[in-house]
Design a protein around this ligand. Structure first.
Ligand SMILES: Nc1ncnc2c1ncn2[C@@H]1O[C@H](COP(=O)(O)OP(=O)(O)OP(=O)(O)O)[C@@H](O)[C@H]1O
Length: 229
């Protein structure tokens, strides 16, 4: 399978007044199948925009995306579950939309620590639980590409720890090409095989490096490698 290939020459956001805001410029990245890439960069540099372009949610840019897989699982900061449908239905609907046979929602929910919640509505969940439900929904499409936008943001440490452990287990399987946007170097060091760093807006690629194995135990090793890059 050829790598997913992202080529952004320029991405600008129209504004109500004034010229368009240039958000991204000259970002060229290949994502080999099964790789886990963390995208780091200052707030507002275009990380979420990059994910939206990568997944095809945003097509208004100059450039191209090649070899985008068919089944894409996404977890955004805002869980975006359908509020009037049970968690099980939320999972079934994305699987059906992906042309997959009905999944076993209970098993997927159990995997993210939400056993017994299949018939409940999203409004009954805390943010941490909703984020985990969104991850279960992403897994329900058997994703070839998994995209995670700050999956640990605004979570208490217990919820963040549960999701981190789950992702570490999942990503270690090495089957799913994963792109993880994060502000935390520790998360990149623990979960990713490599790190792509964007500059401040307009975001452009300033470094792409493999995570040194020692950084898994000591994230400062990654910080030092980034300073040198
Ligand atoms: N729909 C939109 N309309 C106008 N401007 C937008 C839109 N979406 C994003 N932007 C602007 O584009 C820039 C990049 O936004 P984006 O959300 O991609 O950054 P980010 O790196 O993910 O930020 P953060 O780390 O704070 O989540 C920001 O300045 C933002 O205000």
């Amino acid at each position: 399978m050829p790598p997913l290939e992202l080529r952004i020459r320029r991405k600008a956001q129209p504004r109500a007044e004034g010229p368009p805001l240039e958000v991204l410029r000259d970002v060229a990245l290949d994502f080999p199948t099964g790789s886990v890439t963390a995208v780091l960069g200052p707030s507002g540099c275009g990380k979420t925009t990059l994910l939206r372009i990568l997944t095809g949610l945003d097509t208004a840019f100059e450039g191209s995306v090649h070899h985008r897989p068919r089944r894409i699982g996404m977890v955004f900061q805002e869980p975006r579950l359908l509020p009037w449908r049970s968690l099980a239905d939320n999972l079934r609907m994305v699987a059906a939309a992906a042309g997959l046979p009905p999944p076993r929602p209970e098993a997927l929910l159990e995997r993210v620590g939400l056993e017994g919640w299949a018939t409940r509505l999203p409004g009954e969940l805390s943010l941490g639980m909703a984020r985990r439900a969104a991850l279960a929904r992403a897994l329900a499409v058997q994703p070839e590409l998994l995209v995670l936008d700050e999956p640990f943001a605004s979570l208490d440490s217990e919820s963040a720890g549960r999701i981190r452990a789950l992702l570490a287990e999942l990503l270690a399987e090495g089957r799913t090409t994963t792109v993880l946007v994060t502000h935390a170097l520790e998360d990149a060091a623990e979960l990713a095989g490599r790190v792509a760093v964007l500059t401040a807006r307009p975001g452009t690629l300033s470094a792409l490096l493999d995570v040194p194995p020692a950084a898994r135990r000591e994230p400062a090793v990654l910080r030092a490698a980034l300073v040198q890059a």
